[in-house]
Ligand binder design. Structure first.
Ligand code: TYD
Length: 137
């Protein structure tokens, strides 16, 4: 898996003077079925989230409000991506180490996930993640 596979996906926008509307359908706008939704909010200034990778989980991350940065790392290359709109998001394939920081005040980070919560799907130790990446080459 490579950070090149982690792409920004633009979502449909129904423009309306009463307020815009965006929608997301499983396997149509994003390349997986949505099994779980969670969100980060009330993040204190300077806090960092993430700091892990997933073995199989696919995710799609949207800045529903405000902004933040996601640093993605496939064990070889790293990239920092700024998210600040609710009409696009970042697709994360499995085996990508991610950190999320630079949260603006009042920001909401919504994550659509391909599976239910499963602690055994996590790499929470960076060296173990790197070893797994190297072993898979
Ligand atoms: P974690 O995934 O480490 O959060 P982040 O990536 O934002 O730093 O999860 C933090 C805690 O929340 C951890 O104890 C597991 C729990 N959790 C659930 O119970 N269900 C979930 O769907 C998620 C994402 C986390």
């Amino acid at each position: 898996m490579s950070i090149e596979q982690c792409v920004i996906i633009d979502l449909p926008v129904i423009h309306d003077p009463r307020g815009n509307l965006t929608f997301i359908e499983s396997n149509r706008h994003i390349p997986f079925g949505i099994e779980r939704v969670y969100y980060l909010y009330d993040v204190p200034g300077g806090a960092e989230r993430g700091g892990h990778a997933h073995k199989k989980l696919q995710q799609f991350i949207i800045a529903m409000s405000g902004s933040f940065d996601i640093i993605i790392d496939d064990g070889f290359n790293k990239r920092r991506i700024h998210l600040n709109r609710s009409y696009y998001g970042l697709y994360l394939c499995p085996m990508i180490w991610r950190e999320i920081d630079n949260f603006s005040s009042g920001s909401v980070c919504m994550v659509l996930a391909s599976a239910s919560y499963d602690e055994s799907d996590y790499f929470r130790n960076y060296d173990e993640f790197l070893k797994a990446v190297q072993d898979s080459q």
